[in-house]
Design a protein around this ligand. Structure first.
Ligand code: EPU
Length: 431
């Protein structure tokens, strides 16, 4: 059995430019939402990552025709869907498959979807999604790990989300888009991909207002039409290269970004000692300050500091002077990766949702695991700054959400490569 790893040797002072791919979480929502549109759509700037491949495979199994126009453009034709029951293995491997509940319900009046997996951050309930569907008149039940929703004639309703949930906001929006009358979502999530999803649906003829503020109004329309749509750049991929640039005392131009989405991340990186200069759709991140400073971070829903940047900023803070405190304000448990940073010499203690990081002078490379997607990005950053060599296992997590991260870092001058280890031999692989 082959075993793919990433091997990194200490790589400071990176130089050059890196282009950010389309947003993973937008792509997953939009691909699923095409089911409810009912007509072919062409989606551009789709990131070439394994989660997108998995979503395409799930859609194919439902009867959706997928044509790759190019590496980052896909034609999706949902006219001949044959199943409203999605209960196959792939579903359980991806959190975003829950969007099929809203999309199938909207188009066919029913859906059954196996409860999805995804990264392990403790409890990942779906009660707010259900609350949204019920507000539209759907009957919902979960039996044996399969959630079923049913309503032949969805009617607009009002839902107040008890927690700010990206998934519940998007799922309710998708389900409501063709319901009769008006739906109002209060305490909605404001993340960039919520806005992107609403823009996509509006480009198909939907009537959605308020995406990006905390009350979203959806006036149901009878039908939607196919469209050609370009996905926004990935906020978290951009943030990851920004953090890597500060950590490695580099000077990097990060292109294809939306500066507004990077404000919270920039504020913290400046506190630490990075220099950040925004242009229209790019950002230059540099750092020639050997004494990076501690800072405190609390993750929050957008426009707060994103939880999906929490592991990367902890990796950076592990070599900043002083004691930093990072509070996880979104997920119950998102510090499982800390043990990997500790193996590299980081001094971090965790108490519930709080990580206390005592900056050390150096990390030291060793064998570590990527315990989830962003945790993988954190150990890559740690590997770039650690003395010696870092070998990262379980890199399939990283491939779920980062397009060609090894190639992109390598182009910036990092000493990083993929290897495939078999019991007999070690092969050098392509980036
Ligand atoms: N929550 C509930 N009930 C619900 C739904 C959520 O209590 O019905 C809670 C969750 O337990 C969590 C909080 O609400 O404490 C926020 O969860 P949310 O629903 O916003 O998360 P999600 O939609 O499942 C998306 C991203 C995650 C990202 C979060 C928060 C996708 C596919 N995933 O998850 O992305 O961490 O929003 O921004 O969009 C990643 O990309 O690495 C990733 C994990």
């Amino acid at each position: 059995m082959s075993n793919k790893k990433i091997v990194i040797n200490k790589s400071m002072n990176l130089r050059g430019s890196v282009k950010i791919a389309g947003a993973k979480n937008s792509a997953l929502g939009i691909l699923a939402a095409i089911v409810c549109v009912g007509e072919p759509c062409i989606i551009e700037n789709v990131p070439d990552i394994s989660d997108v491949a998995l979503m395409c495979s799930i859609l194919s199994k439902l009867g959706v025709k997928i044509d790759m126009i190019s590496k980052n453009s896909i034609k999706v034709d949902p006219r001949n869907i044959t199943l409203t029951c999605a209960n196959f293995d792939e579903i359980r491997h991806m959190r975003a498959s829950y969007y099929l509940l809203g999309a199938l319900l909207s188009r066919f009046g029913e859906a059954s979807v196996a409860m999805p997996g995804g990264c392990d951050f403790g409890l990942r309930p779906m009660d707010q999604h259900i609350k949204g569907f019920e507000a539209l008149g759907a009957k919902c039940e979960t039996i044996g790990g399969i959630t079923s929703v049913k309503c032949k004639h969805l009617k607009g309703g009002r839902v107040y989300l008890d927690v700010v949930s990206v998934g519940a906001t998007i799922n309710t929006m998708i389900a409501a888009v063709r319901a009769e009358g008006t739906t109002i979502i209060e305490n909605a999530a404001k993340e960039p991909h919520v806005v992107d999803l609403a823009n996509f649906l509006n480009s198909c003829g939907a009537d959605i207002h308020g995406a990006g503020i905390d009350v979203i109004t959806i006036n149901g329309v009878k039908s939607l039409t196919g469209t050609r749509y370009q996905i926004i750049p990935d906020q978290i991929e951009a943030g990851t290269y920004m953090a890597a640039s500060v950590a490695t005392q580099s000077d990097i131009l990060i292109t294809n970004v939306i500066p507004k989405h990077l404000e919270a991340i920039s504020a913290k990186l400046r506190e630490i000692g990075g220099e950040i200069e925004f242009f229209e759709d790019s950002v230059r991140v540099s750092c020639n300050n050997k004494n990076l400073r501690k800072c405190n971070v609390k993750t929050m829903p957008y426009p707060g500091f994103p939880t999906d940047m929490q592991p990367q900023i902890v990796a950076l803070l592990s070599v900043c002077e002083g004691t930093s405190m990072v509070t996880e304000g979104v997920w119950e448990s998102r510090f499982r990766y800390i043990s990997e940073l500790r193996r590299m010499g980081a001094k971090v203690s965790v108490d519930g949702r709080l990580a206390v990081i005592e900056g050390v002078k150096n990390l030291v490379g060793t064998n570590v695991k990527s315990v989830d997607l962003r945790a993988g990005a954190a150990v890559i950053i740690a590997g770039l700054i650690a003395d010696g060599q870092t070998r990262i296992e379980n890199i399939s997590h990283i491939e779920r959400g980062y397009e060609n991260i090894v190639g992109k870092l390598s182009n910036l001058g990092a000493d990083i490569k993929n290897i495939i280890e078999t019991p007999e031999k070690v092969f050098l692989g392509a980036c």
